[in-house]
Design a protein around this ligand. Structure first.
Ligand code: GCB
Length: 609
């Protein structure tokens, strides 16, 4: 009997791990924001999660009073409860904990958040969803003492339905967040960025009708630029087929389609006089999808992106990607960036640099970034944190990577700005890794065959002639764009010799130099041969840019990196102080010399390529 019960509890807990389908375009829905101050308890030993036999409270029959998700209160002077959220300190959500509390600066572990909420105009006929923009890394979510589910992956959105557990007043949500690194996770133990923990993006409640528009994809057909195609998916207990109307008023489009019994319908309709979205002219159209009792509005750009030989074609025309790599940090405030205002700072700097392209490294950034890039005319590379030494043979690790990729593709598939999905960064070669990445690429193509696939690979000097650089990687056969990071003059090689090197790329594919760079402490001036000086970084840029320009297949670059970023790997107390100094802008917002060199290159040189 006891075994059966254990099995039942295990099945229950597994069921709760299945995330629910992601709500598309939450921007168009009026939600109830749970942003603001949340109480928190730091739980180093996870004693609010496990009982003293190390069994998870939420998987035991009678969770004891130590189970934090119950939000227990002592009801009498004899009752012992060893925590109380209402007396706990508070911090701001969204926001990482490291930059908000000095004593949590280096913290990697479990922290519990709690917030009380009411639902104004509560309507028992509606369905209520709790949506998180992202939580790093594992989130266990409970509402009113009931577990809604668990989500893993620090940079993608997720939501849970909570219709059966909420009421109009006196609700509470408790989230256990754990950002411990682990060898089998994605990312794995070692990275070169700060492991900011916490509820790092918005938390919002959405009230939805019984049957609502869950997801849709609308894009210009890859081959036929007179056709918009995609699908709409409804969610609900509807019976039979339902009508969906898609309107694009400026194009005089009003399409009525019927879903199948599962609420799904493929769409395909001709379009005339469309002004295509491009970096030069980022035209977005109002798109309105409606059913009998739901409506979502979006702003969508329509464009085509493909490769032809060694060229990247945007709407049939060759485009050179004048890029920059970006980490998702707002250095001016400190910590993870999360708001539209943060996105405006970062993408505004990229524009000032003269970019038409950004590499959002090394994990999915906030949805604001892609939405703003749509408005600003920036082409976007998005990636998942399959970085360095992932466990290639671990099936669960693969599933985690694929899930993160699926979540970001699901979220951003209607963004014209996003043209590239990148599978990985600087991963060491092996057959297992090739299988892993090829599988990821295949699954990406199944999810979205309209965008280009790449991965940041590595180059090396030939044995016979170290001045000849090559990329010998079988994954190069799988990708649409051959991208690689190269640090000649910083990690190996000398700056003086940069002019003598050349790349031999034997593939007829577009090439992106996904990284190059050198560290410099802003304000530190010396002769150009002095490492860490602004002059030295600038010299490396002046030498590298013309050398790269000689690669016949060169279709873009995204130097490393827009802004200095926090990294626990960078401990030199004079020059680094916990910051990776390869930024063109310092953590105080000041431009370094190389910023202007790259800006100048983008203004003048690129057009002649
Ligand atoms: C790289 C990595 C990037 C690092 C950078 C560096 O190749 O892709 O994540 O931050 O080098 O600064 O070493």
């Amino acid at each position: 009997m006891k075994q059966l019960l254990t099995l039942f509890i295990l099945l229950l807990s597994l069921a709760s791990f299945a995330n629910e389908p992601l709500l598309q375009n939450t921007y168009s829905r009026e939600g109830i924001s749970l942003n603001g101050r949340w109480n928190y308890i730091v739980d180093v030993y996870e004693s609010g999660y496990y009982n003293y036999r190390r069994e998870p409270h939420d998987q035991t029959e009678n969770p004891g009073s130590g189970a934090f998700f119950l939000n227990k209160k002592a009801k009498s002077k004899q009752e012992r409860v060893e925590y109380d959220f209402d007396y706990a300190p508070t911090m701001v959500v969204p926001g990482d904990w490291n930059s908000q509390k000095e004593n949590l600066f280096y913290y990697e572990g479990t922290l519990w958040y709690k917030k009380s909420f009411d639902i104004p105009d509560f309507d028992p006929t509606q369905r209520y969803y709790l949506h998180f923009g992202a939580v790093n890394y594992v989130a266990d979510v409970y509402v009113n003492g009931q577990k809604l589910g668990t989500h893993k992956g620090g940079f993608t959105p997720f939501n849970f339905e909570m219709t059966d557990v909420v009421q109009s007043k006196d609700n509470f949500v408790i989230v256990k967040v754990d950002n411990k690194r682990s060898a089998d996770e994605v990312p794995t133990l070692s990275t070169d960025w700060w492991n900011y923990g916490g509820i790092t993006r918005n938390v919002t409640i959405y009230a939805l009708s019984e049957t609502f528009i869950e997801d849709y994809s609308l894009q210009l057909d890859k081959e036929n630029d007179g056709l918009i195609s995609g699908y709409v998916r409804l969610n609900g207990n509807h019976k039979g087929e339902l009508e969906v109307t898609i309107r694009i008023p400026e194009l005089n489009i009003k399409e009525k389609v019927k879903t199948n019994k599962e609420g799904f319908v493929k769409v395909d309709f001709p379009v005339k006089n469309l002004q295509k979205w491009s970096d030069q002219s980022p035209i977005l159209y109002d798109v309105i999808l409606s059913t009998e009792n739901d409506k979502v509005e979006d702003r969508i750009g329509f464009r085509q992106i493909k490769t032809q030989g060694a060229d990247i074609l945007l709407n049939g025309e060759k485009v050179f990607l004048k890029g920059i790599a970006i980490h998702e940090e707002n250095v001016m405030r400190g910590g993870r960036a999360y708001s539209m205002e943060d996105a405006k700072i970062l993408l505004g700097w990229a524009k000032e640099l003269g970019c038409n392209f950004v590499r959002l490294a090394h994990y999915p950034h906030n949805e604001n970034m892609a939405r703003l890039a749509d408005e600003m005319g920036l082409l976007v590379w998005e990636e998942i944190p399959v970085y360095w030494t992932i466990e290639w043979t671990n099936e669960t690790t693969y599933q985690k990577a694929e899930k993160q990729l699926t979540e970001v593709i699901t979220r951003d598939k209607n963004r014209a700005s996003v043209i590239i999905w990148s599978m990985a960064n600087e991963t060491p070669q092996s057959e297992e890794r090739l299988t892993f990445l090829t599988r990821l690429a295949k699954s990406t193509r199944q999810l979205d065959n309209t965008r280009l696939i790449t991965a940041a690979l590595e180059d090396h000097g030939k044995k016979e002639d170290p001045n000849i650089m090559v990329v010998e990687d079988k994954f190069a056969d799988v990708v649409d764009i051959l991208s690689f990071n190269q640090y000649y003059g910083w990690y190996g090689g000398t700056v003086e010799n940069i002019k003598n090197i050349r790349w031999e790329i034997d593939k007829n594919k577009p090439v992106i130099i996904s990284e190059f760079g050198a560290g410099a402490l802003q304000g530190y001036h010396a002769d150009e041969n002095t490492i860490w000086s602004e002059e030295h970084q600038d010299l490396l840029y002046r030498e590298t840019l013309p050398t790269l320009a000689k690669i016949p297949q060169l279709s873009g670059i995204s130097p490393w990196i827009l802004v200095d970023f926090r990294s626990p790997r960078r401990m030199h107390d004079v020059y680094q102080n916990g910051w990776n100094r390869k930024g063109l802008i310092s953590e105080t917002g000041n431009r370094k010399k190389a910023f202007y060199t790259l800006q100048n290159f983008y203004k003048k040189v690129v057009d002649t390529l």
